[in-house]
Design a protein around this ligand. Structure first.
Ligand SMILES: Nc1nc2c(ncn2[C@@H]2O[C@H](COP(=O)(O)OP(=O)(O)OP(=O)(O)O)[C@@H](O)[C@H]2O)c(=O)[nH]1
Ligand SMILES: [Mg+2]
Length: 465
């Protein structure tokens, strides 16, 4: 499961700077999608092949009361949900009482704590070391969040010390089928939809509430196809006014998205608008690269005007998910629910597509013919050939020269062109650009045999020109 790392410390020690550093690679991947504002508290990162989730928290002073206490509660909630805690000190400051109070509570949490001496760029850290050691958290990690120094080493260490996952029930891919995460804000109708999708297949275990932390995995067969539904609905309880209140865990939702083949992003049309929290979740789905279907629930009982309004909301608030299909349903009445399985299949096929180098190169050539890349300093940017660099989502690697000068608009044009040519629905495509004479050097091991064949053909072809 996706490991979660929380950043804790006094105000101004550099938590947000470290957060930006740890999530930078993912930020770059989604930079070409207009209209997307990134979540500044929860972020996806990757070290090598290992993805992780980072939580930035507000600064603690220790022993908070009143309003500050409420804010601090949020921090301790993050501590509870995280797998590892990075506790930051400011190397240019001493260790004070606040740090000692925070350290004490972190130790009591029982979670692995890593003590970071931040801002150690160009700084003699020896004066603060005795006090830092005295916090009783073991090894010190000098880092510079702003320069990125020492950061990868800490994350490496975190991964190597994560507790072993309990053995998961061994399901082969065919048994598990396509896994579908049903995600959305509280009360959008996740549980109602899941019950509908299960129909008579409903599994008894499902009635047992899970912990807040864990999603529930429900196997399901439909028209001879296997699926696994991932239910992220919170533990529900009835309040005094008999309203169902759902405890919403962002982390659980983000983990489910990461774990799923396809995410169903559920929105509530009765709300009358696409809320910021919906857009934030949508942004996380995009960042994770998981295929997605947008499901607008509670479509019953709305007049034409309201429906028109909600559609325009989708265009305005979720422009960066324009590749996803939209389904308008009523989970309560069951209308439209059956169609979702077809949508899931389509999205799944799209994100796991396998395309040959020659086909991708052909598409690239026609795209360039129809609309040439711009001239830069009197020289036209050349795009020569393309090969597939990954799946889920599909990655298209484009080779040429001056590719680092390609404007964002042209990248978007190419992105759309590839998506249409490959008839992809519900998945983003990631384009990577490579400039250089021998772009394959050192990366042969990542090619499939078919790609290797195409590569040889392609090189022969290019040499002839
Ligand atoms: N020299 C240096 N400055 C840093 C480093 N990390 C952060 N800073 C600076 O320290 C200041 C505070 O950084 P933030 O990341 O906003 O600190 P924070 O912990 O998120 O602060 P709160 O959210 O208010 O608790 C900023 O001016 C940063 O530029 C570092 O590694 N080296
Ligand atoms: Mg901050």
């Amino acid at each position: 499961m996706l490991p979660v790392i929380a950043l804790i410390g006094r105000p101004n020690v550099g938590k947000s700077t470290l957060f930006n550093q740890l999530t930078r690679s993912r930020a770059a991947l989604v930079a070409d999608f207009p209209g997307l504002t990134r979540d500044r508290q929860y972020g996806n990162g990757k070290l090598g092949d290992q993805p992780y989730l980072v939580i930035d928290t507000g600064g603690l002073v220790g022993g908070e009361q009143g309003l500050d206490g409420l804010m601090a509660d949020q921090v301790w909630l993050a501590v509870e949900e995280a797998d590892a805690l990075l506790f930051l000190l400011d190397a240019r400051d001493g260790v004070n009482l606040s740090d000692q109070q925070i350290a004490q509570r972190l130790r009591r949490s029982g979670k692995p704590v890593y003590l970071l001496l931040n801002k150690s760029d160009g700084q003699d850290i020896s004066p603060i070391m005795p006090d830092a050691f005295a916090l009783g958290l073991g090894e010190l990690f000098p880092v510079s969040a702003s320069q990125g120094q020492g950061v990868a080493r800490v994350i490496d260490r975190v991964f190597s010390e994560l507790p072993q996952q309990p053995d998961e029930p061994v399901l082969d891919a065919a048994e598990k089928g396509i896994s579908i995460a049903v995600v959305g804000r509280p009360n959008v109708g996740k549980s109602t939809l899941i019950n509908r999708m299960l129909g008579e297949q409903r599994v008894l275990a499902y009635d047992q509430p899970g912990t807040t932390r864990d999603s529930i995995y429900i196997p399901l067969e439909r028209d001879g196809e296997q699926y696994t539904l991932i239910d992220t609905a919170g533990v529900r309880r009835r309040s005094k006014v008999n309203e169902v209140i759902e405890k919403f865990s962002v982390i659980k939702t983000l983990r489910a998205i990461n774990d799923a083949d396809v995410a169903l992003l559920l929105l509530d049309a009765h709300e009358g608008e696409v809320a910021d929290q919906d857009a934030t979740l949508a942004g996380h789905i995009l960042e994770s690269g998981t295929a997605v279907v947008i499901v607008i629930n509670k479509w019953d009982g709305l007049d034409d005007h309201q429906r028109e309004w909600f559609r325009s909301q989708l265009d305005r608030k979720l422009p960066f998910l324009d590749f996803a299909e939209r389904y308008f349903i009523s989970a309560l009445h069951g209308s439209g629910v059956g169609d979702l399985f077809k949508a899931v299949q389509t999205a799944y096929r799209s994100c796991s597509i396998d395309v040959s180098t020659s086909e991708l190169t052909r598409i690239l050539e026609t795209a360039v013919q129809e609309h040439q890349p711009p001239m830069v300093r009197g020289r036209r940017i050349k795009l020569r050939y393309a090969h597939q660099g990954g799946q889920n989502p599909p990655v298209v690697v484009i080779h040429g020269n001056q590719t680092e000068r390609l404007p964002a608009t042209y990248k978007r044009y190419l992105n759309n062109y590839f998506r249409k040519a490959l008839k992809l629905v519900g998945t983003p495509i990631k384009l990577q650009f490579k400039t250089g004479e021998n772009p394959y050097e050192g990366r042969r091991n990542v090619l499939t045999p078919r790609q290797e064949q195409s590569r040889k053909r392609m090189i022969r072809h290019v040499k002839k020109q």
